[in-house]
Design a protein around this ligand. Structure first.
Ligand code: BGC
Length: 300
């Protein structure tokens, strides 16, 4: 497994992007959007803007850092194709401007961005499901130049995991816990006694001679037109391989499919407990905002 050299052979094709986007939109329809007016009650300094970049969509909202609640409209726009850095930065700049206006966020309000690749010190180090322009790209600096406010990138699955551990299904769960984020790729975040070990990339474990996520990601079910049962077996094989190596107590399954957990969780045979995420599609946004706040405090 060499995360530095992943090829974007698996960058989603247009029809898969459309299907994923449709599934996501369906999910969104069920999610209440918090009215902009609720932002008024948020004390200055406890607000950050979270962005979740996925293979098919970019989601963003302002987040109340004390409660983990979204305090602006939750935006979702398609990820530009190709997803080159300049195109993505441009789209996000528009989103941030509109959210900042909505909640009255000044230039000190930081932006956290969950990105679907290895991210070390703000530099994106791999590009499995995104344009290759992101390889070894100083993303924090590039975003800050355009957004003119503090920006911190983290791995998307790490962001979603951190939010679930703080506000969702992982609250109070000690020992070894995985949050698994299923979307275009298979994201994995490992926690021990609540502390994250970042950039794990278990989507790229080799199973049956190829990247495991090509069978176990949510997009793999759609791309291969599989039944929930058939896909659950592929996901199970991947989780069993992870369990063999790490012996977790708990898997928390996040991403759009977590809303359909009854279709696959009962079919999994891992020994560990498996539960759906409770923050559903907002975990990535909330966790990215939390990461930005944490980095800002570490820097000051
Ligand atoms: C990427 C990870 C990401 C996951 C979920 C994988 O293809 O390599 O960095 O967390 O997809 O988006």
């Amino acid at each position: 497994m060499n995360t530095q050299t992943h090829k974007n052979h698996d960058q989603p094709s247009e029809d898969v992007i459309e299907l994923l986007a449709a599934a996501d939109t369906e999910d969104l329809a069920a999610e209440p959007e918090v009215a902009a007016t609720t932002a008024v009650s948020v004390a200055p300094g406890r607000l950050a803007i979270g962005v979740d970049i996925g293979g098919s969509g970019i989601k963003a909202a302002a987040v109340d850092l004390d409660t983990g609640a979204l305090v602006s409209t939750r935006h979702r726009v398609p990820t530009p194709q190709p997803s080159a850095p300049t195109a993505v930065i441009d789209v996000i700049a528009k989103l941030i401007r509109s959210i900042a206006k909505e909640v009255g966020a000044g230039p000190d309000v930081a932006v956290g961005i969950g990105f679907p690749a290895v991210v070390i010190d703000g530099i994106t180090k791999s590009a499995a499901n995104v344009d290759h322009g992101w390889l070894d790209f100083d993303a924090d600096a590039a975003f800050e130049r355009v957004l003119k406010r503090p920006v911190h990138l983290v791995n998307d699955a790490d962001a979603a995991g951190v939010a679930e551990m703080r506000y969702g299904a992982g609250v109070g769960r000690m020992g070894t816990v995985f949050t698994i984020t299923l979307g275009t790729g298979f994201g994995s975040a490992l926690f021990y006694n609540g502390r994250l070990i970042p950039n794990l990339e278990l989507g790229h474990m080799e199973i049956r001679g190829r990247d495991a996520e090509r069978r176990s990601a949510a997009s793999a079910r759609i791309k291969r037109s599989l039944s929930w049962k058939a896909w659950a077996m592929d996901l199970d094989e991947h989780l069993l391989a992870i369990e063999k190596l790490f012996s977790p107590k708990l898997f928390i399954v996040s991403g759009g499919v977590s809303k359909r957990s009854e279709n696959f969780i009962p079919r999994l045979t891992v020994r560990a407990e498996v539960v759906p995420a409770t923050l559903l599609n907002s975990a990535g946004i909330v966790g990215a905002a939390m990461a930005a706040d944490e980095r800002e405090h570490a820097a000051s």
